[in-house]
Structures are given as structure tokens and as C-alpha cells.
Ligand binder design. Sequence first.
Ligand code: IMP
Length: 433
Amino acid sequence: MTQNITVIGLQWGDEGKGKVVDAISRRCRYVARFCGGANAGHTVIVGSEKYALHLIPSGILREGMGNVIGNGVAFDPAVAWEEIEALRGRGIHADADNLHISAAANVVMPWHKLADRLSEASLGADKIGTTARGIGPCYADKATRSTAVRVADLLDEQVLAERVAHVVAIKNAVFAGLYNHDEPLDAAAITAEYADYGKKLGAMVTNTGVLLRQAIAAGEGICFEGGQGSLLDIDHGTFPFVTSSSVTACGVPSGAGVPPKAVGHVVGIVKAYTSRVGAGPFPTEQDNEIGNLLRERGHEYGTTTGRPRRCGWLDAVAVRYTADLSGVDEIALMLLDVPGTLESLRICTGYTIGGEPVDAYDASRLDRVECQYEELPGWSAEIEGMTRFEDLPGEAQHYVSRIEEILGRPVGIISVGPRRDQTILHHSALETL
Ligand code: IMP
């Protein structure tokens, strides 16, 4: 019986989940996505090859692994098909025997991407700073129900034509009325394009909940691959500057169609500092030379949009909150090589407002908090080639140990570079990667 593993980001995304899923999934039969969509960007480096995946689970790079796109994903068939073709072009197998798409997942349609752009433009300075991938509008239609398109609808051209005609009539009226948009969507052209995706992807479409529950019954391990980061969660994140799905471990059961117990061992991914892309509060942000150094050394530019990421100190108050929320068993600390050149590093260990300590993490008050920092010495040695904890400079070991103490959880995995071999196992419950 292989234990299931859930891998989730504990900050604002881009923590390095792709690398950890790639390393951990070797012990599993399936890798399953349960939230988000093509707004995600998971970078995995295998040998000298670099892969940037958006919708296809990171397990696609391991031979013999089953990959599942669960019902909770906002599924963009255009992106999926482009990714599948690109992978095949590089000799990676991606077909019905190793890629399974939920028939119940909601489809990102052209009007969702248009709505995302129009809405953001109309908000001006108040915009959320979305990835413009149509994610929010797709989930909004899921909740509306009468205007939703599900993956199963792509497989029957007649059903699809009726659905698209119905929705396009509504969207054209809304876009014209609300945004003065004068280029109406063409229902026939959209139907033809998306019915074609249905034909190309049809063999991969299935009831993925049944597939995963059978795998659990057979004792096969599943790795649930989170997207985004917990502080972007629709319910528990820094609302309204969040994404539109449940991205914590709490989202796994409903987004993948498995019982809550199936979540298994929860690995929380934390960057050794913090980054955020898009708008919203960021108490430990360093909009200065330190932030610039972290951005350049950490290559902090969006995988999906190319936008420069905002950077700052590690916020242990936020991470403790998100780790508690998801019941994190161990931490994977990523990009430890990045802040090393700094003379000293800071960890935010508490918030105050007007000198009074703030007890609970409250996103609505984040723009008013003052950060209480603990200062730790940096290390000047390059640590990228190190494979054992004992080899790390004493200051780096101390930084890791303090994080363990503050978060009250073991740092099981430490990443000191993007490659598979630049990974140190420390206090992990997983004996091997
Ligand atoms: P949306 O998910 O495109 O609607 O964007 C909402 C917010 O989440 C924006 O601030 C995005 O920058 C952020 N976001 C969405 N997906 C990711 C991700 O995978 N990594 C980091 N930020 C993300």
C-alpha cells in the first residue's frame, strides 16, 4: 500500500511545486491536478531539458506514470492540446494510456479569456492582476451552472453547438452592454474549433474520480499536485487578490473526487523568501535592492505571463497559518541558494498593528500590519552543489533550523538548485526521493 502525497504551495504560488512533485511522484502510480488551470506554471528540469507545464501534470515526464486532470480544474483544451503536441515533439509520451481528463471538469472557453481581459481593463488601478487565462470567469460560470461548458460537452457536436449558441448570445449581450465591446463572438466558429478539440482529446476523457478511487482501493499511490499557493485560495487567501479555486489540501477531495482521508502525507512547499505576482497586500515585500537581488538571483519572472514578481523576506506568520490550514506534515524549503549572498536575512515572526500584537492571520488587515523580524546571518558560500545537510554552511543550517522551530514542523526537503539532483533530504518522512 503506497501512501498518497499532497503537494501544495504555502505562499503566493511559484514556490517550486513542479520540482518536488517530479521528485516525489516516483513512488506513486498517479499524479493528479485538482485545482486551477493554465494559470499555473510548473517548471521541471530533467537532465539538460527544461519543461514549463501549465495544465498537464508534472508526472507526464516520468515513464509509466498516470496523469489526471481532475474535475476541479478549469480545463483549457487549446492550452492542453498545445502542451501535448509540444511534449510529443520532444519525445514525451502523452496519450490516453497515461493522461486522463475529467469529463466533469469545466472548460475555459474563448469568452472566459475575453471576460478576464475586459474585466481587468475596466477595473483600472483596482485590477486583481490576473494571468488573463480566463480562470475566474470559467469558475464563475461553473457556479452559475446554466452558462457552464463541461469537458463531456465537447464530445458531442450537437450538444456543444446548442450550448455554445445559448451562451454566446448571453455573453455578446453582456460584453456589448457592460464594456461597449463591439466584436461579437461567432458561435459557429467556436463550436467547430472546440468540437475539434473534443475529437483530439476524446480518448483521454473519462470519469477520473472513479479511476482515482479504484487506484486507492488497489493500494496504488497518488500524488495530488497543487497549483498556485495557499494565500491565493478563494476562501482562505488574501481575498479579493486571490485566484478562483480551492488550492489548499482542503481542495483535494472535491477537486479530485476522492475521500478526505485520501489526502495522505501533506508536503507544504515554501520558498526561502517570498514572492508574489499580481496585486494585493504583501507585508514583507522589499521594493528595494534586496527585492531586486532576490528577483534576479531567483529568476523571479512569471512562467505563465513573464511578469516580474514582487519579492521580500520569508513571512513565517503567513506560512504557519497556511501550514496549519492544510495540516502540513513536512515542509520542502525551496531556493535556499538564492538569498545566500545577503549579509543577513530576515524572517517575519509576528505582526503588530499600532504596537499591539495580531493573533490571527486576517487578510483584511494585512495592509496595516507592521512586521516583527528576526535577523539571521547570511552565508557567502555557493551551496548549489551540496547534497547533504551537514555540508551546508553553519548559517544556512541555522536558517533552516529556525524555520523548523518557528513553523513547528520538520523541513524534510531542501532544494538548492533547479535540477533533480540539487535536492537535500533532511528530516523527511520520505526516506528516498
Ligand atoms: P488568476 O488565477 O489568473 O485569476 O489570477 C489571480 C491572482 O492569482 C493573480 O494575482 C495571479 O498573478 C495569481 N496567480 C494565479 N495563478 C498563479 C500561479 O500559478 N502562480 C502565482 N500566482 C498565480
